[in-house]
Design a binder for this molecule. Structure first.
Ligand SMILES: [Zn+2]
Length: 254
C-alpha cells in the first residue's frame, strides 16, 4: 500500500487542492498556437477570454481527463471538498458533486460586467461560447464578437474570473462559504489534505493555507504533489509526504 493509499484509507475527510499544474498556463506553456491566441486576445483587450482558451486547448487532453477522472474516483466515497485555482471548469470531468467544489479564481462559465457592476453575474449562454470558438478558429475577429450586455449599465460582459478587468468575487462567495463551514467541521477528524500541483502563484489560497490547516489539526496529514515544489515545511515533518512529480501525471497514472 502506498503512503497516499494508507493516508486516504485512514482519513475520515479529504480536502483536495488543485493548483497551477492543472491549468493552461502550466500545461500549455510550450504550445505555440495557444501562445499566439493569448497574444491576439491581449492585443484586443480580451484577456478575460484566457480561461476559456485554457479550456479550448485542454478539454480533449487525455492526460488531463484521466487525471480528473482518477481524482473523482479517489474522492467518490469520501467526505470531501475541493478547492481549485483553475478557471476552466475541467474539474467537471471528475464527476464530483458541484456543491463540494469552490473555485475562488472564478469560472469562464459565468459572465460579469466589465465595469464591475455588483449583481451583474449571469450564467454564460452556449451561443456566446460558440461565437468565442469562431474567434479562436479564425472565422471571426475579437472586434466582431457580439458580447452580451450588462443588465445594469449596458456595458460589455466578460468571464467572471481573475482575468476580468474588475473581478467580482461575489461569483464564488456562496461556494466559499460552504468550504469554510466544511473546514470548521474537519477539526478533530482524521483529515487528508491532498495538494495537487500548487505553485507560488496562489500560495495564500492553497500552499500556505493548506499547511496552516494541517498544522492546526493534529490528526491531519498533507500529501503534496508537485514537479519541484513538493517539500513539506519543517514544522510538518512526519505529518505527510511530498511527492516529486507533475500533479497531472501523478493523478493520471495513479
Ligand atoms: Zn455594468
Amino acid at each position: 500500500m502506498s503512503e497516499l493509499e494508507r493516508i486516504l484509507s485512514e482519513a475520515d475527510m479529504v480536502l483536495a487542492g488543485v493548483g497551477e499544474e492543472f491549468d493552461g498556463m502550466e500545461l500549455l506553456r510550450t504550445n505555440e498556437e495557444y501562445g499566439r491566441l493569448c497574444r491576439s486576445a491581449a492585443e484586443a483587450g480580451a484577456q478575460w477570454a484566457v480561461p476559456y482558451l485554457h479550456r479550448y486547448f485542454l478539454k480533449d487532453d487525455p492526460r488531463v481527463k484521466k487525471a480528473y477522472h482518477n481524482l473523482g474516483a479517489l474522492l467518490e466515497h469520501k467526505n470531501y471538498f475541493v478547492i481549485t485555482t483553475c478557471m476552466d471548469d475541467l474539474i467537471e470531468e471528475a464527476g464530483l458533486k458541484p456543491e463540494r467544489i469552490t473555485a475562488p479564481c472564478g469560472s469562464f462559465d459565468r459572465l460579469q460586467c466589465s465595469a464591475g457592476c455588483e449583481g451583474s453575474i449571469v450564467p454564460g449562454e452556449a451561443a456566446f461560447y460558440a461565437e468565442l470558438d469562431e474567434v479562436l478558429e479564425g472565422r471571426k475577429t475579437w472586434q466582431e464578437l457580439d458580447r452580451p450586455k450588462c443588465g445594469i449599465c449596458g456595458g460589455d460582459m466578460e468571464c467572471n474570473t481573475l482575468y476580468a478587468e474588475k473581478y467580482l468575487e461575489e461569483g464564488y462567495a456562496e461556494s466559499f462559504e460552504r468550504y469554510r463551514k466544511w473546514l470548521q467541521g474537519t477539526l478533530n477528524h482524521r483529515l487528508c489534505v491532498l495538494e495537487l500541483g500548487a505553485g507560488m502563484l496562489f500560495a495564500n489560497v492553497l500552499r500556505f493555507r493548506l499547511e496552516k490547516i494541517v498544522s492546526l489539526n493534529q490528526k491531519a496529514e498533507l500529501i503534496r504533489v508537485h514537479s519541484h515544489l513538493y517539500q513539506l515545511p519543517a514544522e510538518l515533518a512526519g505529518r505527510g509526504k511530498g511527492i516529486s512529480q507533475n500533479a497531472v501525471d501523478f493523478m493520471a497514472e495513479i
